[in-house]
Design a protein around this ligand. Structure first.
Ligand code: NDP
Length: 483
């Protein structure tokens, strides 16, 4: 596959003001390419083109929008192997996860293609005789989309697909760490027959291009996924323009391991949730709250599972955990580890950078024990292959610990007790609750999002996405008397 390295603005591929290089985190000698960085003028052009294109796209009709989205989704699914390999090479997740992500991105487009046909309004009687009321959903306008590197194709897909399905124009700022994956997705979208300017991609540093985009008066809605710190900045920037805002940020997802659980299943799900995607998932289980009756047995088996994981080159056959995405992220992980140890945590396994045949950012899956919920490693999102064991005397204490966090994205419980599972579903303060499943792993046709500092604004995905990407108009029609 030839990788496009330019920005996509107003229906054209354009060179930027400078460029950045994308490097394979599994093999630092492997340089993926140089990618254009958009200037302030590029961003202005993209926003102006989006403003001009949006009314045409919004009135193109639902069959047209369906057909375009279906074509994008179908192509992504058909090319999941090829684009997934590029994603894995650039982001570092194992090949099966990379392919799975691109296939999933395709499913977002095909699902929202059909949703474009299902956008129904309401009809109401007026309290005043002779008047009819119609409530309809219309596009919001120009949507700014800002996305992170950890799901460089799926996250933009679950935002861009509903934005386009409901008739909006898009200006997308992908993460600078994964520009090749972004360009691959943009190439598939750009091939479609849409008014020039309906879809734009402008790469560049978040602190410049991203900041300018989210604070621009020409933006009607901002959808962001990333860190809480950047989310706070974006919230302040959008308020000035009264733009609609939807944000998905960090978390500190708990998984309760109860004394009545299937221990083997609990270990498998905890290892999957903690180390899948090298722990770089907003849904990763980083707090394992374990009933004291099975604490030692669980810890022993989890350590064995962590040590059995094959860590290596994302593209190599048999790799189960790839490298950390970047030098900065790896340094951050090791720094969190030191903070945990300084606060009294015990290292059961991992904690080191790993040597592999190629130089890369490999880190051993890490388990910390003897941690309390007050420690930094249990308060802040690490985004690392590090998970912390917290001992609980009983279910009630475990639930209290789980809820003692400013976040609330996903949460899980491993138990055979229907009473505990039912109580947990009702009393866990999180947007997604999993019973006898890992905290990571969600479906594409139902809402996704959290509470507290994890999320802000209307939910993403599923039918709920219409809340954000449409605006409601209430029309009053006086029938009048026939001539
Ligand atoms: P950031 O929040 O820094 O970046 C996410 C996106 O926002 C990127 O496209 C970034 O651009 C852009 N951005 C950065 N600054 C601004 C700004 N001022 N205005 C507008 N856009 C901006 O997350 P990182 O990717 O750097 O990861 C750092 C931490 O964030 C992780 O360790 C993790 O804790 C958390 N995170 C959480 C995610 C989640 O899904 N909940 C996803 C990713 C990260 P660019 O990267 O090009 O600078």
């Amino acid at each position: 596959m030839t990788i496009e390295t330019r920005n996509y603005i107003a229906g054209e591929w354009r060179e930027g003001a400078g460029s950045i290089e994308s490097v394979n985190p599994s093999d630092l000698r492997d340089r993926i390419g140089h990618f254009a960085q958009g200037s302030a003028a590029d961003l202005e052009d993209a926003l102006a083109a989006a403003r001009q294109a949006q009314p045409r796209w919004g009135s193109a009709g639902i069959q047209k929008r369906h057909d375009v989205l279906m074509a994008i989704g179908t192509e992504l699914m058909a090319r999941a192997g090829e684009i997934g390999a590029l994603l894995s090479r650039e982001e570092g997740k194992p090949l099966a996860e990379g392919k799975g992500e691109v296939y999933r991105a395709g499913q977002f487009f095909t699902w929202f293609a059909a949703e474009a046909l299902r956008l129904h309004g309401d009809q109401a009687e007026s309290v005043r005789p002779g008047i009819e009321i119609e409530v309809r959903r219309e596009p919001v306008g120009v949507a700014a989309i800002v996305t992170p590197w950890n799901f460089p194709v799926a996250t933009p897909a679950w935002k861009i697909a509903p934005a386009l399905a409901y008739g909006n124009a898009v200006v997308w700022k992908p993460a600078n760490l994964t520009p090749a994956s972004a360009a691959a997705l943009a190439t598939v979208i750009a091939r479609q027959d849409m008014p020039a300017g309906t879809f734009n991609m402008v790469l560049g540093p978040g602190s410049e291009v991203g900041d300018r985009l989210v604070g621009h008066v020409g933006v009607d809605a901002v959808s962001f996924t990333g860190s809480g710190a950047v989310g706070a900045t974006i919230a302040a920037r959008t308020l000035g323009n009264r733009a609609k805002l939807q944000m998905e940020m960090g978390s500190k997802n708990p998984m309760l391991i109860m004394d009545d659980c299937d221990l083997d299943l609990a270990v498998a799900h905890a290892a999957n949730a903690a180390f899948g995607g090298t722990g770089q998932k907003c849904t990763a289980a980083s707090r394992l709250i374990v009933h004291e009756a099975i604490f030692d047995a669980f810890a022993e088996r989890l350590v064995a599972a962590a040590e059995a994981l094959r860590v290596g080159d994302a593209l190599a056959e048999g790799t189960q955990m790839g490298p950390v995405v970047s030098a900065g992220q790896l340094a951050g992980n090791l720094s969190y580890l030191q903070k945990g140890l300084a606060e009294g945590a015990q290292l059961l396994t991992g904690g080191t950078r790993l040597e592999r045949p190629t130089e890369g950012y490999f880190m051993a899956p890490t388990v910390l024990s003897g941690t309390t919920n007050a420690m930094v490693v249990n308060r802040e999102e690490m985004f690392a292959p590090i998970t912390c064991l917290i001992r609980a005397e009983n279910y009630a204490e475990a639930l209290a610990i789980a809820n003692d966090t400013p976040y609330g994205l996903t949460a899980g419980i491993m138990t055979r007790s229907l009473a505990r599972a039912t109580h947990f579903r009702a009393n866990m303060r999180a947007g997604c609750v999993m019973v006898n499943l890992p905290t990571a792993g969600t479906d594409y046709h139902v809402p996704f999002g959290g509470r507290g500092q994890s999320s802000f604004g209307p939910r993403e995905q599923g039918r709920y996405a219409a809340e954000f990407f449409t605006t409601v108009k209430t029309s009053y029609i006086a029938a009048g008397a026939p001539e």
